[in-house]
Design a binder for this molecule. Sequence first.
Ligand SMILES: [Ca+2]
Ligand SMILES: [Ca+2]
Ligand SMILES: [Ca+2]
Length: 175
Amino acid sequence: MLKLSVEILDINDHSPRFPSSRVELEVSEATVPGVLFHINPAEDADGPEYGVAGYQLVSSSRHFDVRLPDPDAPFESPLLVLLEPLDREVQDLHQLKIVAEDGGSPARTGSVLVDVVVTDVNDNGPQFTKNSYKVNSCLHHIYMFTVKHNTHRRRDSTVELNRVGVGGVYMNSQL
Ligand SMILES: [Ca+2]
Ligand SMILES: [Ca+2]
Ligand SMILES: [Ca+2]
């Protein structure tokens, strides 16, 4: 009886795939640069030679980059690293695209979109829209003042108050 041993050679016929095509990540604007965020790794059904070999951030961003905890272990979770401080009042959403490459030549790729939602902290003080106001006080008139937490785009999300007083000015005691 003849015994045959057949070795099936691997070819690069699978691409890296992330568990989801899009993920959302909430990051406080108080987060200090250098903090790392784990991203679920891509998987590739091929053997190690044609498996996931690395990641790169293909979106242009001065705030974020992608690293591997160990370049010799590309199967581990890639890390999103914060490079510069965030400011929710300037930009509250950063949309990033991370691509995983395998070891083939040419490499096959898979990608994930990461929506980084910047959450608010109270890092802006209230400001009046003018430095001074002229008011002619009259008992039967209603004056309305708008106290804005800050001008234009630089506002925290928590405070924008209107206060109506009769015959005078009411300052909001909560400020
Ligand atoms: Ca294969
Ligand atoms: Ca592959
Ligand atoms: Ca804020």
